[in-house]
Design a protein around this ligand. Structure first.
Ligand code: AMZ
Length: 272
């Protein structure tokens, strides 16, 4: 769906999903629990996984993303992590229909990134029942929008920081910037963002384990909850992220699809 028709659908009388407002993900006084976010990356309407974010290296795992989401929910997940991959390249929502189908089909909160670059799109998604938007490219190009959105929608705006060797990448990870991860994260310290989702691009889809040291260092550098993404591929990885005591969530995609992580088992292990 082109961006204009997505925004126009706001006024078409559709009612947003009744969802509980999003809370900050951790109780400040307790050792954080690690929330596991199963990932559904959408390309051309299908649930896929890429390697290092390369659209040419894509594997289709499910051509019914809502069914995929429901199976994650049936396994007991508390959250869903959604990415509109075409949207991240196009700079506007492209896979709006499958995202809306997921929102309708699933009772758990969902966060979505990819092509969310202006206030109208942020408002449109949140009014459709999305629990949290993820802002990546605009966090570099228009940080004012992040601040404005975080003020307008407390608890519902996360910043996605995706990086190669510590430098932030934008626009579908096709563009490299000179911005350093920690500098960008610190710049939002007082903005009221709900979370920072940090992806190590060189780990993403590679099944080689997450960058625990860099993620933990980031989490120690800011007071914003940090969620790890990229390379999370075993129960041991999840346990190691949890054992840092400072990382509040982990996103996993390929490992859940190919069975390297059993979602039910992982959720049970993390709940202990
Ligand atoms: O895999 C990729 N090439 C990719 C990807 N997964 N490119 C962007 N993204 C995700 C980011 C973030 O969640 O991890 O899209 C979101 C950022 O999109 P935008 O349009 O705000 O830069």
């Amino acid at each position: 769906m082109p961006a204009w028709s997505f925004l126009a659908s706001l006024t078409s009388g559709r009612v947003a999903n009744p969802r509980p407002p999003c809370k900050t993900i951790a109780n400040q006084n307790q050792r954080p629990q690690l929330i596991l976010f199963p990932a559904i990356d959408l390309k051309d309407g299908q649930a896929v996984r890429l390697v290092h974010g390369d659209m040419a290296q894509s594997t289709v795992f499910n051509d019914d993303p809502a069914a995929q989401a429901r199976s994650f929910v049936d396994a007991g997940c508390q959250w869903l992590h959604l990415v509109d991959l075409n949207g991240a390249f196009a700079g506007a929502p492209v896979n709006a229909a499958p995202v809306e189908a997921i929102l309708k089909a699933c009772p758990v909160p969902a966060q979505l990134g990819g092509g969310i670059r202006d206030m109208a799109t942020i408002e449109a998604w949140l009014s459709k029942g999305l629990a949290r938007v993820i802002l990546g490219t605009v966090a570099v190009e228009n940080p004012h929008l992040v601040r404005q959105a975080a003020r307008a929608f407390p608890g519902q705006v996360a910043v996605g920081i995706d990086a190669r060797n510590g430098r932030v990448a934008t626009k579908g990870w096709a563009e490299e910037t000179d911005v350093m991860v920690t500098d960008l994260a610190r710049s939002f310290e007082d903005a009221g963002v709900a979370a920072i989702i940090y992806t190590d691009i060189l780990r993403d889809g590679a099944m080689g384990g997450p960058n625990i040291d860099a993620t933990a260092a980031l989490a120690r550098a800011v007071s914003i909850p940090v969620i790890a993404s990229g390379g999370v591929s075993s129960l041991a990885d999840l346990q190691a992220l949890k054992d840092t005591g400072v990382i509040e969530g982990a996103i996993s995609g390929r490992a859940l699809y190919d069975g390297a992580i059993d979602l039910k088992e992982a959720l049970a292990a993390l709940a202990d």
